[in-house]
Design a protein around this ligand. Structure first.
Ligand code: DPP
Ligand code: ZN
Length: 874
């Protein structure tokens, strides 16, 4: 396969300042007429050929001005069109036809529930018409859409509506003009039958904007929460980042067939409908929170991504890392900051840390790729956001915002790079950030270890910090990174101790900054021996090798003023006790050791100062993935499962009375609200029940069943069902049937039902999944069905996915191969499930290898899948 290298970047020889399109939709074929106003870039030699990208489009005619081009004047291939000797400045007119009805890849122009829609990022526009499909070629688009009035009463594209009208033969048209030059990956069109809800927004400078959210007929009312989130996002972006909306309309369309979550097309965001549609009967608190966040994310791209875009796809995290950071900050401002932070870090560890420790490790800004679609990863997104967060920590909030302002101002209307982004922060702060930039270019995660000592007489506290970045595939030489370490010296009674002065590293207030392999920091004038609390708020994405004693962990768990480290220390205390017993050659679990942890948990639950949402997080004991990461090698999922079950039982038994009281006395208002307060309370109540149910007692199952039957919202109903599936598969069967009969009319709920079925850990699961694939509402062609059923299986059912007999791996290999025939993006995404194959014990390792090899040897697999499988096999 062809590898693309960052170092080979050079600007395009030709530019397309203006693009005019005429799109004629009809049921069989869609015809696209495009006028490209092309100019040779200054300094480029005459006679330089022009290459336009184009795939799966059928060329009907091509002309320069009025001259129709003949066969000898251009070269046509599977990947595009080449003009051998184009003039300096000219209008190229093409007419092409595409077949959206047959397009199951969901890239380019396709149909979803009868409606036409598009997805162009990263390289889908070339499936709509011939173009220079790269993000640094920016154009002002004008689009005229024509369709049958009954088939497509709604016609939408980017920018502002300019005109519309009737035509002969029951046809009509709409004209859209987007004044902002944009790369073609931000192009979008939607044509079809849609309902909508509308709202008005007045920007801070008094500009009126029409907001519309469109959904399939009958679903518009389910868009109310998304609209509310949009209005809050627009306000927040003005207040926090000074970003004001810049068109007359902002449209969102929810479609039911979509590969990713959503897409930030200028003025016309297109969403996977599961991130738009919600009401209390069908959506959980978590669904609401995700909707809020993704609506915000795509809206925020209007500046970070659209107004300032990326020079090339290697810079993807320039827009994604920054925009994820912005959506995280939005959620933190709208909800509980501490809880959001813990959730975000849990997410980072669950996906990015795993990616970073395996065969697919790459830096947030990679320097080579085969298929860019495979690089929409958690490293680019979530680690990218952590890097931006570190910039804020390092420079302080105010200077950080000055840097972002400068970036948005200096590069407005441009396609920028990571270097240009960093330069803005250097310019506002006067700080040299060249070493910091390695966060973007170096794969892998520092391991930080530390030791401390205290000399009472001199009142001297000494902290020795070491960092080491383990090698990643193809990259053995690692340099130390700049680490912003938020910290505190926690006294006996939980107060943060002060010091007179510190030396050995840059220390200011609660921040240590180090950029060396090893550093010794001494604090003078520390009045008593502290317990040090490092990386408060998870101030850098590192693995902290804590050799902390149980006492130290519990001290922080009870008293640390930083909520993140309070939570973290409790988790760490449990992991330190439990992980050794999960090792294949490890000792038995020593239950006695869990006693003090249970006491700390109990105190947490009793605390008057902590929120229900935070307590709920503490009740979630370390996950399967937490342990696999800790263990690293030789993983036996059954053993982890057995030990985890034991730990839950022990803790549940010790907290029994408290959990029962919590469950039965925590009362929620009758009026359901998906806000953080209520969500936190529901979460705590469900978490208490979940932990209790691990005791597997009949009476408790009665309670779970009642919880299911009396639930008045989807959050509680799904929670009850999930608890039953996890602890009593036999009893769950009847409830699952009930759920299917009574609640799954909405596809979003049907998907929950699929996921619950796939999460059951028993020997019938694989057969059950195969039966579900034959269900009349299931289809491999709809990504949401696939993610629901197989995502729940590969991620939520590690023991069945990684069965020792290999049946789980084989099932997923079959499914990947089938999907790859028509949707390579989704197939490539699913191959990620195998990235941990080398970490299993030998039997499972061999079974996983065999499944991967079988995919690799299959005929005609897509380039997407091939890249993923080859890299995974290593
Ligand atoms: N639409 C995807 C996102 O917002 C890709 N840009 O992250
Ligand atoms: Zn994004």
């Amino acid at each position: 396969q062809k590898i693309v290298y960052l170092q080979d970047y050079k600007p395009s020889d030709y530019l397309i300042p203006k693009t005019e399109m005429w799109v004629d939709f009809s049921p069989e074929r869609t015809q696209i007429t495009t006028d490209l106003h092309i100019e040779r870039r200054a300094g480029v030699e005459a006679g330089t050929p022009l290459e336009l990208d184009g795939e799966q489009v059928e060329l009907v005619s091509i002309a320069i001005g009025d001259d129709v081009l003949g066969a000898g004047q251009y070269e046509l291939s599977e990947n595009g069109l080449k003009l051998l000797d184009p003039p300096q400045s000219f209008v190229l007119s093409t007419v092409v036809e595409v077949a959206p009805e047959k397009n199951k890849s969901l890239e380019g122009l396709y149909r979803s529930s009868g409606n036409w829609c598009t997805q162009c990022e990263a390289e889908g526009f070339r499936r709509i018409t011939y173009f220079i499909d790269r993000p640094d070629v920016m154009s002002v688009f004008t689009v005229k859409m024509v369709a049958d009035k009954d088939l497509a009463p709604v016609l939408l594209s980017n920018g502002n509506p300019m005109d519309k009208g009737e035509m002969s033969n029951n046809r009509h048209f709409a004209l859209w003009h987007d004044p902002h030059p944009k790369p073609c990956y931000l192009f979008a069109m939607v044509a079809g039958k849609l309902d909508k809800i509308s709202e008005k927004f007045t920007t801070k400078s008094g500009k009126n904007v029409d907001l519309n959210i469109y959904a399939e007929p009958g679903k518009a009312e389910l868009c109310r929460y998304a609209m509310d989130a949009l209005v809050r996002s627009m306000k927040w972006d003005e207040e926090r980042f000074g970003c004001e909306y810049d068109l007359d309309v902002f449209n969102i369309v929810a479609v039911s067939d979509f590969n990713a979550g959503a897409m930030e097309n200028k003025g016309l965001n297109i969403f996977n409908d599961k991130y738009v549609l919600a009401d209390p009967a069908t959506a959980t608190d978590q669904d609401y929170a995700l909707i809020e966040r993704i609506i915000a994310h795509e809206y925020f791209h209007n500046y970070t991504g659209n107004r300032v875009t990326c020079r090339d796809w290697f810079q993807l995290c320039l827009k994604e890392g920054l925009t994820v950071f912005r959506d995280q900050e939005f959620s933190s401002d709208e909800r509980f900051r501490d809880v959001e932070r813990i959730d975000d870090v849990k997410g980072l560890r669950q996906s990015q840390f795993v990616e970073d420790s395996g065969p697919l490790a790459h830096p947030p800004r990679p320097s080579q790729y085969e298929q860019i679609d495979n690089f929409y990863t958690s490293t680019v997104y979530e680690k990218g956001a952590e890097v931006v967060r570190m910039l804020m920590t390092l420079l302080g909030k105010q200077t950080f915002h000055e840097g972002v302002d400068l970036y948005l101002d200096r590069h407005d209307g441009e396609a920028a790079t990571i270097e240009q982004f960093i330069k803005c922060f250097e310019d506002v702060s006067g700080r040299d950030l060249s070493q910091f930039q390695k966060w973007y270019t170096q794969a892998g995660r520092p391991r930080v270890s530390y030791s401390t000592s205290y000399a009472a007489e001199q009142k001297l506290f000494t902290l020795v910090l070491k960092q080491e970045v383990p090698p990643t595939p193809g990259d053995d030489e690692k340099s130390p990174l700049v680490l912003p370490i938020r910290f505190g010296l926690v006294s006996n009674n939980g107060e943060d101790l002060t010091w007179e002065h510190a030396e050995g590293a840059e220390v200011q207030d609660d921040l240590i900054v180090t950029n060396e392999d090893e550093v010794t920091v001494t604090f003078h004038g520390v009045s008593s021996a502290p317990v040090v609390s490092l990386f408060r708020g998870f101030s850098a994405p590192v693995t902290l090798d804590t050799k902390a004693s149980l006492e130290e962990d519990l001290h922080r768990a009870r008293l640390d003023s930083d909520p993140f480290n309070r939570w973290e220390s409790l988790q760490s205390a449990i992991m330190n006790i439990v992980a050794p017993a999960m090792d294949v050659d490890g000792p038995e679990l020593d239950i006695e050791l869990l006693e003090p942890v249970a006491v700390a948990l109990s105190q947490t639950l009793d605390s008057q100062n902590l929120s229900p949402a935070f307590k709920a997080l503490c009740l979630k004991l370390p996950t399967y993935q937490d342990y696999t990461q800790r263990l690293g090698q030789n993983i036996d999922p059954d053993r982890i499962k057995t030990v985890r079950q034991k730990v839950s039982e022990v803790v549940a038994d010790k907290l029994r009375g408290q959990l029962v009281t919590l469950y039965s006395t925590l009362h929620l208002p009758d009026d359901y609200q998906p806000n953080a307060e209520q969500s936190g309370m529901r979460d705590l109540r469900n978490q208490a029940l979940s932990l209790l149910a691990t005791l597997k007692e009949g009476q408790l199952f009665e309670l779970v069943e009642r919880h299911y039957r009396e639930a008045r919202n989807m959050t509680d109903r799904q929670a009850a069902l999930a608890i039953m599936c996890a602890n009593a598969p036999d009893r769950a069967v009847e409830l699952l049937d009930d759920f299917k009969r009574n609640y799954t009319e909405a596809m979003t709920v049907y998907d929950k039902w699929l996921g619950l079925n796939a999460s059951i850990d028993d020997a019938q699961t694989i057969d059950r999944i195969k039966r579900l694939m034959d269900d009349d509402r299931f289809s491999l062609e709809t990504p949401n069905r696939v993610y629901a059923l197989f995502g729940a299986f590969t991620q939520g059912n590690p023991t069945q996915f990684a069965r020792a007999d290999g049946a789980g791996f084989e099932l997923i290999a079959d499914v990947i191969l089938q999907i790859d025939q028509f949707n390579p993006q989704v197939a490539g995404r699913f191959a990620v499930a195998f990235r941990i194959w080398k970490n299993y014990e030998s039997k499972r390792r061999e079974a996983a290898r065999a499944a991967l090899e079988r995919i690799k040897q299959s005929e005609k697999i897509s380039p997407n899948l091939s890249e993923m499988v080859n890299k995974t096999l290593g």
